[in-house]
Design a protein around this ligand. Sequence first.
Ligand code: ZN
Length: 260
Amino acid sequence: MGADWARAHRDDTRFDGTRLRGTAVAAALAGAGAGAWVVHAAPAVTTYGAARNRLLPGLAGRGRCDHVALTFDDGPDPTSTPAFLDLLGELDVRATFFVLGEMLARAPELGRTMVEAGHELAVHGWDHRPMILRGPASTHRHLRQTRDLIREVTGVVPRWARPPNGIASTGFMFAARRLHLRPVLWTGWGKDWTADATPRTVLDTLAPRLRPGATLLLHDSDHTSAPGAWRSALGALPEIYARCVDAGLKIGPLSEHGLL
Ligand SMILES: [Zn+2]
């Protein structure tokens, strides 16, 4: 399956939905001129999919060939996350939610509800500022604070970390290791963060990546997306689920994914 996977992802050179932030990152690196930034940034593993999926399948989120991991970023959000919980409950599907500490701090009860429903909470960061713009100490602090909050709120120690915008800086990788958090990005996304995203566009974008061992990225919050964009992900979920079932694939959280 490795060759198939590589072929399928050869054209995957798309960047995360935050080109502006990527530009800001480049500008900051160019402007800072300080060696420390360069050391911190390189060799950053970014969201560029082709090389990452091929060379670092575990980091990309490739797992068991009979399983698809379902992950959501940027919540928990009282406006939108409950709708995802309701639908996932109806489908009898559990997922992994990469939460922001600042969001969980505002909605701890929702975080507890998610875990009680069988979902996993994982670390996305305290806020959504790219970690490549932080120093190593700040990166570590933000990951630690988010990890600790998840543990305090839910009683469960998180296992996974995913940096904002998928930019896994060296500082992020070191901090995650020290905090016993395994970095996991994704193999496919639905571009569900844009203003013109619909369930159909999400499904069409995701479909080529809906493969055995995939880790799917969707958003249960529009915290960093276009207002209301989460509805496109929510609307696409039943069909994503149906296609997995039709293909004989189980769909679930990262803890059941058998990451490579
Ligand atoms: Zn995010």
